[in-house]
Design a protein around this ligand. Structure first.
Ligand SMILES: *Cc1c(COP(=O)(O)O)cnc(C)c1O
Length: 236
């Protein structure tokens, strides 16, 4: 079941890559992040057996529990909104924080990373699909952030994360992802840093469009593992 789902997702990514027009600065390889939130550790073991080691989780506590139970060899991505009181634990747990969405949380991440002697990889979450979303930098907040980005000495900015709006027609997400790509190119030039290499866009319902528009990292839960059961755990 999982193997079949994974094969379908990988084939869809390949087809979307083939439909990409022009030479994009995000290259022609797409990283698949298996989003295991609300799924047991067995889900992580199962995807690893199929060669997927990038794991996405939304909550710090849930990820820590899974990480304790798991052998080494995974790359941990934080996808959910991060509260400042969880930052220390997040920095010690995650290889990359994809959901950095305020100057305040970046400052806290930088301080925690300094204390832990770590350079923390981070994506800036942009709120492009404004309606319905509360997290992510607004354009205004992002413009204010750019000039001070380089002052966070213990943060390595790797790129951007974008979540599109939920909609029946995934074509409606295309302008959001297109804008995400343009902002990625701009950020790369602005920081003139080779470290800016990741554009994380697309989840189960819209990853094909996201890849067509330049995503080189997609975050997939449902298409791999089926619907999540929120009966037990609560999402933030
Ligand atoms: C849950 C989640 C995903 C995965 O969503 P699916 O629709 O199950 O693929 C991806 N990105 C973020 C930020 C999420 O919170």
């Amino acid at each position: 079941m999982l193997k079949k789902n994974l094969d379908i997702v990988l084939a869809n990514i390949d087809r979307a890559l083939a439909r990409r027009r022009g030479r994009l600065l995000t290259g022609d390889v797409v990283k698949l992040i298996a989003v295991t939130k609300n799924h047991p550790v067995q889900a992580l073991e199962a995807v690893k057996a199929l060669g997927v080691v990038d794991i996405g989780e939304n909550r710090v506590q849930e990820a820590r529990q899974k990480k304790e139970a798991m052998p080494e060899g995974f790359c941990w991505h934080l996808l959910g909104h991060l509260q400042t009181n969880k930052v220390k634990q997040a920095v010690s747990t995650f290889d990359i924080i994809e959901s950095a969405d305020s100057e305040k949380v970046l400052t806290a991440i930088n301080n925690a990373a300094q204390q832990q002697g770590k350079i923390q990889d981070v994506l800036l979450q942009l709120n492009i699909a404004r309606e319905l979303q509360k997290n992510g930098f607004s354009q205004e907040a992002y413009e204010q952030l750019l000039p001070i980005l380089k002052t966070f000495e213990n943060i390595r900015v790797r790129g951007l994360m974008v979540i599109a709006q939920k909609c029946d027609d995934t074509e409606e997400t295309r302008p959001v992802f297109r804008k995400g790509y343009l902002e990625f190119v701009r950020l790369r030039e602005y920081l003139s840093s080779g470290a800016v290499d990741t554009l994380s866009m697309g989840m189960t319902h819209d990853y094909r469009v996201a890849v067509e528009e330049g995503a080189n990292s997609v975050r997939i839960g449902t298409a791999l593992f089926g619907e999540r059961n929120y009966g037990k755990a609560k999402e933030e």
